[in-house]
Design a protein around this ligand. Sequence first.
Ligand code: NAP
Length: 273
Amino acid sequence: MTNLVTGATGTVGRQVVAELLARGQSVRALTRDPAKTEFPAGVEVVRGDLTDPASLAAALEGVTGLHLITFGGPYLAPLETGPRIMELAREAGVRRVTVLHGGGPSPLEDAVRASGLAWTVVMPVEFMANALEWAERITAGGEVREPFVGRLSAMVHEGDIGAVAAVALTEDGHGGQEYVITGPEVLTLQDKVDALAAASGRKIRLVELTEEEAVAQWRAGGLPEDVIGFLLEAYGNTPAVGRTVADTVEKVTGRPARTFAEWSAEHADAFGG
Ligand SMILES: NC(=O)c1ccc[n+]([C@@H]2O[C@H](COP(=O)([O-])OP(=O)(O)OC[C@H]3O[C@@H](n4cnc5c(N)ncnc54)[C@H](OP(=O)(O)O)[C@@H]3O)[C@@H](O)[C@H]2O)c1
């Protein structure tokens, strides 16, 4: 029983790898550049590119569980290769597939749903790891600069996304499910800043940006216009699903979802703690 994890060098994929290992599973990690990254002992690293399905054939040999991402390039360019990838997966004998939902329509996700295999769509809300984007400014100047400071988020620990995916890949009963995955509480930006301050022992000030100032900051950081539009919508008009606690983590894994205080303690170093 081997599991192939795509996006394995990424925020969520690393956690899927770790959770599968913790469950005693055999894990193969896909990357376009095996020389670039290190994986924990016991992980078999394979080269492959999701935009080139032929490059996946060898990686899929003997695989029964497959974790997929929906994008294949900079700024989450949607993959168009889903139908061919799923054909190869069926030929290889894959039984269970998890797919990390990208927040919008996806040809790859459509192909997974149509595959006839036991698929599970993993739908996380905002990742706690997004807070790492604040690390530099916090360590340099003790500030977080954000628009829409009243926004609410049920942000999720990426380890809990990995844990839900690992269960769905290795146990029966999760086929045909769409799992919304959240943390255990709804937080304001001030709550997040307070948790980071407590964990790092630093004073951190939350500075509210106007929409125009935020757009200028994102443009200066090189974000394309469509990503900026997405952020304005996600932050300025967060959908109910992003600010409502779901009990998926506990139901699927048997463990309570981890808090942002726990995440902050684990990552205190990155914030100068
Ligand atoms: N951030 C959030 O708050 C949030 C919330 C909900 C959903 N999401 C969704 O989560 C996803 C992002 O996940 P993430 O943050 O874990 O990703 P990430 O950290 O940005 O990592 C990207 C991964 O994709 C792999 N990759 C990219 N193009 C590839 C290709 N052509 N072939 C093979 N592998 C490729 C990279 O592998 P190599 O470079 O090693 O090849 C890397 O492992 C997106 O779909 C996003 O919409 C994000």
